[in-house]
Structures are given as C-alpha cells and as structure tokens.
Design a protein around this ligand. Sequence first.
Ligand code: FAD
Length: 455
Amino acid sequence: MIVIGGGISGLAAAWQLRGKADVTVLESDQRIGGKLHTSTIGGIPVDTGAESIMALRPEAVELAQEVGLGAELCDPATAPTTVWTHGRLRPMPAGHVLGIPTEPRALAGTGLLSDEGLERLCREEELPAGPLPRDTDISVAGYLSERIGQEAVDRLVEPMLGGVYAGRADRLSLRAAMPRLAAVAEHGGSIIGALRRVRAAGAPKVAAVQGVRGGTGRLPIAVAQASGARILTGTRARELGPTPSGRWRVCAQTADGPLVMEADAVILALPAYAAAELLRGHSPAAHEDLSAIRHANSAVITMAFDRARMTALPEGNGFLVPPVDGHVIKAASFLTNKWSWLRESAPGSFVLRVSIGRAGEDKELDVPDRHLIRTAVSELHLAAGRMGEPTSARVTRWDRSLPQYGVGHADRVERIREAVAKLPGIELSGAAYEGVGVAACVATGRKAARQVFEG
Ligand SMILES: Cc1cc2nc3c(=O)[nH]c(=O)nc-3n(C[C@H](O)[C@H](O)[C@H](O)COP(=O)(O)OP(=O)(O)OC[C@H]3O[C@@H](n4cnc5c(N)ncnc54)[C@H](O)[C@@H]3O)c2cc1C
C-alpha cells in the first residue's frame, strides 16, 4: 500500500492500515507532518502550523490517545474570544457559535457593534425565514447578512472565518464551511433561536480544542512511529499509472534519483492541486474539479519577548481581526497565556504568534520577512499595548495552505469522489474535502484506509 503525502491525513491512513498491509508513505518534504510542525524559537518549542486540535469532535483526540499521547493532551486557558475592532480589544460575550451570538443583547456595551448593527442583529428572531432548500448552496455572507445584518457578519463572523479558513464570508460556502449552520437553515426560522436551543440542550463538557504538551506537531511524529509504516521523506510522487496486472505504479523523485514502486492501492493524502496533477491522465473530471479548488496563502510570525523587559503584558489568549477595519494581521495567539506547558517551560519569556493572509489578498504577503515582522509588531502594539520588541522572530510561510470551500464545494467533492470511484485502488484524503481542521483530516485519512479494503 502506498500513501502519498505525509501530513496528518496520510499518517492517519497509515495508522489505520497497521497490521493489515505493508505501508509506504511518500513525503516530498524533508520532514513529515505537513501543516503540523513544531520548531523552536529562542530555544522554546512552538507550533508554527496548526496549534490545536478540535476536541468537540473525537477523531484527532482519539488518534492522539491511540498513539500514546493521551496524557499529553491539554486544554488551553479559558478566555473569551476577543476581537480587535473599533480601536480596541473587545471580548465577545460567551455563548456565540462561530461568531453568531446566541444572546445578542449581551453585546450591548461591548462596542463590537454600532447601535444600529446591534438592533439589526436583535431583530433576527422576528424576521420570517423559510427553510433553505436542501439542494441550494449560498455564501455564508449571502445567507447571514439577510438574517443577522451585514455589520454582524463583518465584525463577528468574518474574523472567525479568517482564522479557520483564511477565507471571506462572501465566497465561502454555507454548506461546506458552516455545516452546523446550514443544518439549522434547512429547518427555517430564527438561527439565533435555534443555536440558543442547541446550547441550552447541553453545553459541551470539554474544551472546544486541545493542544499537545510540547507542541501539536508531536502528533504526526507519534502517529508515524506507531504506524510502523515505511516513511520516505524527500520523495516527491510525480506520476501515477495503472499496471497491466491491475495494480498502481508510482514514479517518484528523490535526491538520489527516480524511485518506482507498485502497490494494490494508493491513497492520495495531498492538497487538491497535488492530487489533481497525479490524476490528470486518469480522470479528467477529477482533475478539473480538484484543480478548481483554490488555496489561500498565509504566514505565521512567531515571536519571543523577554518578559522582564516587556512594557505591557498582553492578557487573554489572543484576538481575531475583522478585515473591515483595514488591518493587515488577521489573528494573534498569546501562546504563553494560552498553554500552561509553554509558560512553565519558558517562564522568562512571552511567546506569541501572529497570522497574516486571507484568500485573494496576497499583496500583504508579497513583502520580505522583515516587513511582515515589522507590521506584526506595530499592529500588535496598536491592539494590545506597546509590549516592546521581540528578542526573536520568525516567519513561516504557508503557501497554498488552506483550501477554500467556495459555494458549491459539497457538490464538487461529490463529483470528485464519484470520478475517483471509477479508479479502483485509488482513494483520496485531506483538507480539501470534508473539513480543513486536523480532526476532519484524520477522519478522511482513516476513512480512505478503510475504503481500500471495503471498496
Ligand atoms: C497556519 C495554519 C494553522 C492552522 N491551524 C489549525 C489549528 O489550529 N487547528 C486545526 O484543526 N487545523 C489547523 N489548520 C489546518 C490543518 O492544519 C490542515 O488542514 C491539516 O493539517 C492538513 O493536513 P493534510 O494531511 O490534509 O495536508 P498537509 O498537511 O498539507 O499534508 C500533505 C503533505 O503532502 C506532501 N506532498 C505534496 N505533494 C506531494 C507529492 N507530489 N508527493 C509526496 N508528498 C507530497 C506535502 O509536503 C505535505 O506534507 C491550520 C493550517 C495552517 C496552514
């Protein structure tokens, strides 16, 4: 069995196949993990890619437990979601679902919305709303602006989407990017009322997300080790083709030259554009739909400060930034406040990370690293107070990293899956299909591995 792509979805597939097949994972990079990566800054371990895993759905947490990291899972500090808007950091009242408040009146006095914006939001429960037809998709903004008003979309929902998808509410699909909300919309009626009832029925007893002590980048390494798979890094798959005996041949490039391998089945655990290339000659339909999935570029600027010399100590876990305010940064995460293991391992430092980059806004990233660091520091000072200069700073660029689930994405994925089903022995997994988060990627990886045997 060959798995192409050593990110978390490919490694989850390899883990699922342990004991059932000899598995080789081909990874083009020199390291495994893809968008999960822990490195150090000033000697302190920090995640430069994904920093947490969803705990409200089970897949990533279960995988961590299965590979021996259960005792290493930890909750972030409890802190409200905070938005930098109208010139200040403004905590959101508890009880919002992806930025949609379940108690809109609690926003009074927060300064998050203007009086008109708040009134418009509060009218949502009185507005008539027919059910969203099951076969209809619409952009998040297209649906929500009619319900909660444009201002609430701009200042409450948009920052959340920037954080998760690096995408914009007017382009992202309601069904694919906010499936919980789409399910509510299908019933019709007030979405605020429906979300409030869901919350009242039982608030989750676990934190929404968890991290791994020492860095979430430990997860793919642990999965790779526990899987027993043969892992070939520095090995880029270039071509895929059927053999006369009904198997698949993979031609790859390594530093030592070409490598040709055969297997009964191949799992493409790749970004959509990379899967598209390998399927080009075998399924024009899959190639076309995979190629049409756009990916946003982003950058993470990780910084360490000397705590003793900081002029202001930021509070809370960080903040999100609505694009409507015209700032460059889209989020900041105060890692030292958020993760107790990090605070304990480096008590003299304050470590944080800032993210920049939304789909279609590449000009902000098209500058040298030192400019990105400068922008990040000056906007941090504006938002959270003049905290001084970092002692170390590093830019990690994530090019074409977050797939954009545009309107019609779910149908597109269905077409891709139908087309690939005509290629026996080929399976797909990864962030491009049913969710970009680590948990969703783990789910697609394990499902692809099961499909290999079940067909
Ligand atoms: C900055 C950032 C922060 C994020 N934060 C979070 C978070 O906090 N929580 C969360 O749940 N999610 C987060 N995400 C999303 C999540 O990390 C990713 O969606 C997920 O890790 C993707 O996993 P994957 O295995 O599908 O793909 P990838 O991680 O992209 O793995 C695919 C692998 O395939 C390799 N590859 C590509 N082409 C070839 C080829 N031809 N041959 C061989 N190998 C190839 C790549 O090098 C890569 O290692 C974040 C993403 C980014 C970019």
